[in-house]
Design a protein around this ligand. Structure first.
Ligand SMILES: [Mg+2]
Length: 239
């Protein structure tokens, strides 16, 4: 079901999830570390940065760091990610943590959805089922996002915008040019990932990077948060 009129779509807006739409208060980290402990008997350095990375990339980096061979990582990657997903769902269902949606996100999604010229999408390092679980946990219907590209599609984030673009063409039934894509994310990896196909990036400093850091890596616009709905919509539609 496509909410927007495909004939009028001017922008495909691809949202990152963690640090951009929501914060899981460590649920993802705990689930990854426990899944690795169960399958490899070790979990790698606890301070390892996850932001901007895909789930398969995180597993590989942590296990390489712990001395596991790529062959062993490859052999167990699918089962580790399956276990991660089960643990993530348990973590998200727990009431012990403070997972939440960032200010202004719900209003921005509503505003974009009500327009005829914008299509909502996801571009995230989360595996597909993990993305859906995180969104559902904070009461955002994953079905609102017409297209998506996920860590389960490719372990390198720079490959994801082109995957999203092709899926948008299939879903909308018309060509979608790279410059019609807008990526919204909280890390330099989000800002830089769409450069090769001409996508524009909007940075939001609700994750671990500052406005200045996101601006320095080439974002077309940067916001401290997404509360100024009108300004964010203008930045999305700007040429
Ligand atoms: Mg992020």
């Amino acid at each position: 079901m496509i909410a927007s009129d495909p004939a009028r779509a001017r922008r495909l807006v691809l949202f990152d999830i963690d640090g951009t739409i929501l914060w899981t208060d460590g649920a993802g980290r705990r689930a990854v570390f426990q899944a690795l402990e169960e399958h490899f008997g070790k979990s790698g350095p606890g301070e390892h940065r996850f932001d901007g990375k895909t789930d398969p990339q995180i597993v590989r980096e942590l296990m390489r760091h712990a001395g596991v061979s790529d062959a062993d990582i490859d052999a167990r990657l699918d089962e580790v990610l399956d276990r991660y997903l089960a643990l993530l769902r348990d973590e998200l269902a727990s009431t012990d943590h403070a997972q939440h949606v960032f200010p202004g996100v719900r209003e921005l999604l509503d505003a974009l959805e009500s327009r005829g010229d914008v299509v909502l999408g996801l571009l995230t390092g989360n595996i597909h089922s993990g993305a859906r679980a995180k969104l559902a946990a904070v009461g955002i219907d994953p079905e609102r996002f017409v297209v998506g590209a996920f860590g389960s599609d490719h372990h390198e984030r720079p490959e994801l915008p082109e995957i999203a673009r092709r899926r948008a063409e299939r879903a909308l039934g018309h060509p979608v040019a790279g410059h019609e894509l807008v990526v919204i994310g909280d890390t330099p990896a989000d800002v830089e990932c769409g450069v090769s196909i001409g996508a524009r990036a909007i940075g939001v400093a609700t994750g671990r990077y500052s406005v200045d850091e996101l601006r320095a890596c080439g974002a077309a616009a940067v916001f401290a948060d997404l509360t100024d709905t009108a300004a964010v919509v203008r930045a999305i539609l700007a040429d």
